[in-house]
Design a protein around this ligand. Structure first.
Ligand SMILES: C[S@@+](CC[C@H](N)C(=O)[O-])C[C@H]1O[C@@H](n2cnc3c(N)ncnc32)[C@H](O)[C@@H]1O
Length: 388
């Protein structure tokens, strides 16, 4: 595939590469206003490569190699991170893999590494050209198909082990969208065709998507992964298959936290009962992947922990448990008058009328340090907990 613009010049020209590397820490808005020192390459194209390298440092460091080309910012933003892609790749293995929404190819690069034949489909010709170039640099082989995936599915005669999709979540005005029917492609329209074409279909969705809604519109889901990185939920990934499955397995994971995974069967929450108690010695705060799953009673029942209040998703016990999917503190209940002005605390507010900012102002607390205050409600009413 031929590059549509002068990226070819950029990667082959050492002087331009040196210029890019020398300006990796410059302000890109100011840089854009400068005149390009190179007659064949615009400053916009140079800034695109600087922005790409800056993004790669944080999001996909495996691409910090000589000869790698970066696409425009929107494609960088839409790409998955190396961390979540590596996690998703762990359980995948087979003969034929296709990514129908290749984008910048980060997911495809990792998810397809244990497959014999790899196909990437992408409607954006320039973007796919960049991916093909990069995969050559990285020594990875694939079939690169520049086509609308709906057309590809119509004419395709191959059967795949895995079809992967990461639908674009922007509408024509570049606003973010979340419902399935607003994504590109519309999964509900192509669902039947997808399931006829592969053993399994894996789809990455927004962390904001509602799980009950998903299951109601896609009855062939057999597994859901809720993936957080450092307690920030990044992806909800669903697995579809036409094979008979016993229930839907949901796995909540918080990468880079050292916390345990939590796996359950969808529907378990409805039959679980929470036990309630006033705070005991240990206080547990579930991570955001678990909170996203909405399994507030199941956490209490399965882990033998007591909940503070039906609307307070904090748990407590006298004996510390080791495999909690979240943070654990040893705490005591204190009176508000025990908080001294200018003392330093990390403030957490859960099911409490004031936000941490307001609490800091009200009690003249300094932010940070190693101690914690939790402002919350138990069944008896408002309480303050202090780490010991
Ligand atoms: C969110 S990005 C994929 C990012 C990718 N998973 C990665 O890690 O780099 C979605 C991509 O799907 C492509 N796309 C959306 N609708 C498509 C369609 N109907 N046919 C082919 N490609 C499509 C978009 O052009 C975009 O590049």
């Amino acid at each position: 595939m031929v590059f549509v613009y002068s990226v070819g010049n950029i990667i082959k020209n050492k002087e331009i590469q040196d210029y890019i590397n020398a300006n990796l820490n410059t302000d890109l808005h100011a840089q854009l206003l400068k005149k390009s020192p190179f007659p064949d390459v615009s400053m916009q194209e140079i800034v695109q490569q600087i922005k790409g390298k800056q993004t790669a440092q944080k999001k996909f460091p495996f691409l910090l190699k000589e000869g790698i080309v970066f696409p425009p910012q929107l494609n960088l933003e839409q790409a998955s991170s190396e961390k979540t892609a590596v996690y998703k790749s762990q359980i995948l293995k087979g003969k034929k893999f296709v990514d129908l929404t290749s984008g910048f190819g980060i997911d495809a690069y990792y998810l397809s590494q244990n497959f014999d034949e790899v196909t990437l489909v992408e409607q954006n010709q320039e973007l796919l050209g960049i991916v093909e170039h990069n995969w050559n640099v990285l020594g990875r082989k694939a079939k690169f198909i520049n086509q609308n995936l709906e057309d590809f599915l119509q004419i395709n005669k191959e059967y795949f082990n895995i079809i992967y999709l990461d639908p674009a979540r922007r509408d024509q005005n570049k606003n973010k969208v979340f419902l399935l029917e607003d994504l590109s492609p519309d999964i509900l329209q192509i669902r039947k065709k997808l399931l006829e074409t592969a053993d399994q279909v894996i789809i990455k969705l927004s962390p904001l998507i509602d799980l009950k809604y998903l299951i109601s519109v896609l009855p062939c889901i057999f597994r859901i992964e809720i993936i957080a990185v450092k307690n920030d939920v990044k992806e909800v990934v669903i697995f579809l298959s036409t094979e008979e499955n016993e229930g839907i397995t949901v796995n909540c994971i918080n990468l880079e936290s050292g916390e345990s995974e939590f796996t359950f069967t969808f529907g378990e929450e409805e039959t679980s009962l929470a036990v309630y108690s006033e705070p005991e010695k240990f206080i547990y705060i579930p991570n955001h992947a678990v909170l996203k799953a909405g399994i507030f009673n199941l956490i209490s029942e399965r882990l033998g922990l007591k909940k503070l209040h039906s609307n307070t998703h904090l748990y407590t016990s006298d004996q510390k448990i080791s495999d909690f999917p979240g943070r654990v503190f040893e705490m005591e209940v204190i009176e508000s008058k025990q908080i001294k002005k200018k003392e330093q605390f990390n403030i957490i507010a859960k099911n409490y009328p004031l936000k941490p900012e307001d609490i800091k102002k009200k009690y003249a607390i300094k932010d940070g340090g190693k101690d914690y205050l939790i402002f919350t409600q138990s069944k008896k009413g408002k309480i303050i907990l202090k780490s010991v």
